[in-house]
Design a protein around this ligand. Structure first.
Ligand SMILES: Cc1ncc(COP(=O)(O)O)c(C=O)c1O
Length: 370
């Protein structure tokens, strides 16, 4: 017994809207949501257990509202990973929340809202539009060029005329794997500052897999640049729900005006701190995943598809005559990939060696040349 949800007195703009929905199916080879295929290493699991046990003894109290220890450890990691000459990333440059989706939502609560506009470059991460809608921010998209790059002249001209409050650049971009050169990010930033209305959010969920430097290196003297990152991918921590952003301390201060008090549990904070004690091992695992990503690219190319060069942990493969039937054929063999709704395309996440082999073998049988 249930009524139609649209008959509830909800906001008009939410009527008939579908929820975010990547299929969650329990099959052998799950390479559809860009997760890291390997569970956390044994040493890390032991460290998590120890720190969570300590946190357990404090659960009668609210956690550190500002997550200082975790943010300090993240600041150290970011400084090591994206060295900016003469400049440290400090704790007050970093904010952390339950996944980068929550960070993005907090940013939209601060900088977006009714009567304000967000601009994105499609195809891109679908949650940018969904979070914009959830915060009643209008969303305008510019179509990427034939190589899935951002058409910079068009972007600058739209920023000047539409004066968006938020511009999203996803780099490396999901679902295409394409990075936006740092010079282009700087050009977009300059256009935003010129109009004096907005901020630039660079979503770097996949940056550890990229050939190019992080946009964090652009932060000095750019107070309206916000770089959003996650532990879900490179750190194999999708289940931990830890995302963060790096920005001028003023940005971190204004986020605190909208975040819920004690938003990040003591358990989550402990789990995050544990991972940052094992960075080296984690980044070695990233190198292995890049090998699997490149195998997928090469195998797709050899089979006659058109894979898109990727800076992330997945590959967008073009050239399927009927992507939904190819998706089903793969699923029938226990292989779950993602139909992202782009004509002729499927997106495939780098898995373990065995998972990648299973996909590559199945793909060869779907080859357009067969
Ligand atoms: C580009 C991009 N940004 C953000 C996220 C969200 O990550 P999180 O798990 O940190 O919420 C994803 C997840 O797939 C993503 O692809």
């Amino acid at each position: 017994m249930s009524i139609d949800p649209n008959d509830l007195p909800i906001r008009e703009d939410l009527k008939g809207v579908a929820e975010y929905g990547a299929p969650m199916l329990d099959v052998a080879v799950q390479i559809n949501t860009n997760e890291n295929p390997s569970p956390p290493a044994e040493e890390l699991v032991a460290e998590i257990s120890e720190l969570v046990a300590q946190a357990a003894t404090t659960l009668n109290r609210y956690p550190d509202r500002d997550a200082i220890e975790l943010r300090t450890a993240l600041a150290e990691y970011i400084t090591q990973q994206s060295a900016i000459p003469g400049q440290l990333i400090e704790v007050d440059n970093v904010w952390v929340a339950n996944g980068s989706n929550e960070v993005l939502q907090q940013l939209l609560q601060v900088f977006g809202g009714a009567g304000r506009l967000a601009l994105g470059f499609e195809p891109t991460y679908s949650m940018h539009k969904i979070i914009s809608r959830g915060t009643q921010t209008d969303y305008l998209s510019i179509t990427r060029d034939g190589n899935y790059g951002i058409p910079i002249e068009e972007a600058v001209s739209e920023i000047r005329s539409k004066r968006p409050a938020v511009v999203f650049v996803c780099s490396p971009n999901n679902p295409t794997g394409t990075s936006t050169p740092l010079e282009d990010i700087a050009t977009i930033y300059d256009a935003i500052v010129e109009t004096d209305t907005g901020v630039l959010i660079v979503d770097e969920a996949y940056v550890e897999f990229s050939h190019q430097d992080s946009a964090v290196t652009l932060l000095p003297k750019r107070p309206r640049l916000i770089v959003s990152r996650t532990m879900s991918k490179a750190f194999a921590y999708a289940g931990a729900r830890i995302g963060y952003c790096v920005a001028d301390p003023a940005v971190i201060e204004v986020i605190k005006r909208v975040r819920l008090p004690y938003h990040l549990s003591a358990v989550t904070q402990a789990v995050g701190i544990a991972a940052l004690r094992h960075v080296e091992a984690q980044l070695r695992a990233v190198e292995e995943l890049k090998v699997q990503r490149d195998r997928i690219f090469e195998a797709a190319r050899v089979s006659g598809f058109q894979p898109v060069p990727s800076d992330a942990n997945f590959v967008l493969i073009e050239g399927f005559e009927d992507p939904s039937s190819a998706w089903q054929t793969l699923l029938d063999q226990g292989i779950l990939v993602r139909d992202v709704g782009l004509p002729g395309c499927l997106r495939v996440t780098a898995g373990t060696i065995e998972e990648t082999s299973a996909f590559v073998d199945a793909l060869a049988k779907l080859a357009p040349t067969n």
